[in-house]
Design a protein around this ligand. Structure first.
Ligand code: DP6
Length: 341
């Protein structure tokens, strides 16, 4: 029996300049470059075992065996690695998602980043994290960015080999993020489907692409200058523009619910009342994420609890890059997971 084992942890990330649209569906090549903040509060731990006695791939998530459909997604992803080095063995994948259910955050970014790093570790692939991000990309675009900590850019690239992510800044300058988890139900329109429909039908899409280029260059200047106000203003504007493309798609749709609008209103009110630098962004779901100063987080939570239940407000600081875990770390992770449910 030959066995190859790899274990890794990757944190989730929230885009400040959104990835919205693919120019190649198969290769997950994006229409635009994007930039995100990795969060420490939410992560996925994954163990992969390639074993020549296995007769098929299998996948368990949070201790539950997954359906054939979920296994197929994992298999297709592992095939990229198997084809790359001529590996014939099937694999067992076990993942634990440390994303509070209440956060309602999609976990595909941390999931594929953790699986990519665990696979590279198991198969002893000699790759830089940047190169590895081109593999992670094929599982889910946003996972490219979860291989790195702090502020991270994903370059659209000219082709598959250079559409990769890299770190911009470690975000250790009084940065925080709140997730206002207004609704934790599964999203109705997957980002993959929503972005495709938007690219094809929204007359605003070309304007989105054009102005996002400018946003990206301006936000990078703001990050390097540690100019939080400009960083926040660009983040809020870019997110709103992404959502304007869904409202202008045909037929139109939106990820916002009535509760999202109430949460947005609460953020605006608190910003005005407390004169705090707080900026919001939203993804392919109803929850609102608030970029703020880490040092303002407690005051902010208190002020926002006048508008929504305190247990729906989840705090996070910037998170680190993905990392390889030991067998002891994996056991500790299981222990932690069992204690939280
Ligand atoms: C709105 O990475 O989930 O969160 O590549 O099709 O898996 P696929 O899409 P995904 O899309 C993320 C969209 C977004 C913006 C972002 O994270 O940049």
């Amino acid at each position: 029996m030959t066995q190859a084992v790899g274990i890794a942890r990757a944190h989730t990330n929230i885009a400040l300049i959104k990835y919205w649209g693919k120019r190649d569906q198969e290769l997950f090549l994006p229409m635009n470059s994007s930039l995100s903040l990795t969060l420490d509060a939410f992560y996925t731990d994954t163990k992969v075992i390639f074993d020549d006695t296995y007769t098929a791939d299998s996948f368990s998530l949070n201790g539950k065996e997954q359906s054939e459909k979920e296994i197929q997604k994992i298999s297709r992803f592992l095939d990229l690695f198997r084809e790359y080095i001529g590996e014939g063995r099937f694999a067992r994948v076990e993942s634990l998602n440390f994303v509070p259910t209440a956060a309602g955050l999609a976990s595909s970014a941390s999931a594929f980043a953790a699986l990519a790093l665990a696979s590279a570790d198991a198969l002893k692939l000699n790759m830089t994290p940047q190169e590895l991000s081109t593999f992670a990309r094929r599982g889910s675009g946003s996972s490219t960015r979860s291989l790195f900590g702090g502020f991270v850019q994903w370059d659209m690239g000219t082709g598959s080999a250079d559409s990769m992510a890299y770190p911009i800044d470690d975000a250790d300058w009084d940065i925080g993020m709140l997730v206002l988890a207004v609704d934790t139900k599964e999203k109705k329109i997957a980002s993959r489907v929503g972005m495709e429909h938007t690219v094809q039908t929204s007359p605003f899409y070309p304007a989105w692409l054009e102005t996002t280029k400018e946003d990206l260059s301006a936000i990078k200047t703001a990050i390097l200058a540690k100019d939080f106000e400009t960083l926040g203003q660009i983040t809020e504007h870019n997110g709103m523009k992404m959502h304007a493309t869904t409202l202008s798609a045909n037929p139109p749709f939106t990820y916002w619910t009535a509760d999202s609008l109430l949460a947005q209103e609460a953020v605006r009110q608190v910003r005005e009342d407390l004169h705090l630098q707080v900026y919001m962004t939203m993804d392919a779901g109803p929850n609102v994420k608030v970029l703020c100063r880490a040092s303002d987080m407690e005051r902010l939570v208190q002020a926002l609890s006048a508008y929504l239940p305190a247990e729906k407000i989840i705090k996070s600081l910037p998170g680190p890059a993905a990392s390889i875990l030991s067998q002891e770390d994996w056991q500790a992770s299981h222990q932690k997971f069992s204690e939280r449910i």
